[in-house]
Design a protein around this ligand. Structure first.
Ligand code: SF4
Length: 380
């Protein structure tokens, strides 16, 4: 059964200097309209082909910046999806938004379209640091957006934050955390900036204009995140995610639990075990294929069982509750201990994982060295 749907909107107002996502700042309204029509067509064609039943507990419009679409297009898309796919009784419907893309009318229509969770891309409350990474948003627009969303009745708000920005120190980061907490969101995601090749920041790094962020400083920031959010009622439930009780992200848990999900749009990735499927990333190619009633070209990788097991483990270990050993066994008809004896022995000996009440989970130390653990399970 498929219970989660991701819809990719590959448009942004401007391109951040660290971004390697499929998102473009230059398409016009006509192309955006054609893109939404293509998405609807993809729903219809794919639904006919799916062998699995579908009943959604989560719909996630991500990007890019979905709120770059006009209010009318967003409402049209949301109503179509909600009408087309069967939903569970309390479906989480999330839209990613950037502060400079919301106004009264858009928020009204988002909520009318059934959106009950907004994930706002804040990243930092420091204007200079935002400029350093090419994010064109003023701090005032963050406050304006949050006030607007609350005024219109939104009850579930996530703020996306980022540490490890060029020029950022621990005081900047703690200030950003406290500013976020003052806005009282239900959920906070706090990721470290990763500088990718083929991005303007990647080129600056290569040319020596900026340096790799210092590991010790990043660790200090990570520890501060856990402490400050923890002291303020946010429970860490994943390596980089924190929530008030009852507000964990339904959608992201689908990924961490290795449950199947369907994704639509240019460059979107689906997981329909045992296959991982990636749609063509070219927006115009995606549209023209669907306008001709064809699915866009897709790359499909059939995963062997061992790869699925490794992914199950390293995705599951991201959650603080860890992996339920009985669930692994029910899924793969093998005991995790028999599949990964070496990784298990090493990481236990290093004190990076623990087995407790039928769960395998990272220790505090393991949280800081998660990549080392994930690697061991990939190699075993
Ligand atoms: S807003 Fe997000 S998707 Fe758009 S350019 Fe910036 S990082 Fe990329």
């Amino acid at each position: 059964m498929i219970e989660a749907l991701y819809v990719h909107i590959p448009f942004c107002k401007t391109k951040c200097h660290y971004c390697d996502f499929i998102s473009y700042p230059y398409f016009d309204d006509d192309l955006k309209t054609r893109y939404v029509e293509a998405l609807k067509k993809e729903c219809i064609i794919i639904e006919n082909k799916l062998k699995e039943d579908i009943k959604l507990k989560s719909i996630f419009l991500g990007g890019g910046t979905p709120t770059c679409l006009s209010s009318g297009l967003l409402l049209d898309l949301l109503l179509f999806i909600k009408d087309f796919f069967p939903l569970q009784s309390q479906t989480e419907i999330t839209v990613e938004a950037n502060p400079n893309t919301l106004d009264e009318n858009k928020v009204d229509l988002l909520l009318r379209g059934g959106v009950n969770r907004v994930s706002l891309g804040v990243q930092s409350f420091n204007q200079r640091l935002l400029q350093n990474v090419g994010r064109e948003q003023d701090i005032e627009s963050i406050y304006y957006s949050v006030e607007l969303l609350r005024k219109k009745g939104l009850k579930n708000l996530n703020l996306d934050l980022m540490y490890g920005l060029p020029g950022q120190n621990i005081e900047h980061w703690e200030e950003t955390l406290r500013s976020a907490i003052n806005l009282n969101p239900e959920h906070v995601s706090a990721y470290q900036l990763k500088i990718e090749e083929n991005t303007p920041l990647g080129e600056k790094l290569l040319g020596g204009e900026i340096k790799e962020f210092d590991d010790e400083k990043a660790l200090e920031m990570y520890k501060a995140t856990r402490r400050i959010l923890g002291e303020n009622g946010y429970q860490q439930y994943e390596v980089s995610n924190y929530a008030k009780v009852g507000f964990e992200s339904v959608h992201n848990k689908v990924y961490w639990l290795s449950e199947p999900y369907l994704s639509l749009g240019a460059g979107a990735h689906s997981y329909l075990p045992p296959s991982r499927i990636e749609n063509l990333g070219d927006v115009k190619g995606y549209i023209t294929n669907l306008e001709a009633n064809n699915l866009p070209p897709r790359e499909e990788e059939f995963q062997d069982t061992k790869t699925s097991m490794s992914e199950f483990v390293f995705m599951g270990l991201r959650m603080l509750e860890g992996i339920e050993l009985a669930r692994f066994q029910a899924y793969f008809h093998k005991r995790l201990e028999d599949v990964f004896p070496r990784a298990l022995e090493k990481c236990l000996r290093w004190g990076l994982i623990q087995i407790d009440k039928g769960h395998l989970r990272l220790t505090d130390e393991g949280l800081y060295l998660g990549n080392l653990v994930f690697q061991e399970f990939l190699l075993d």
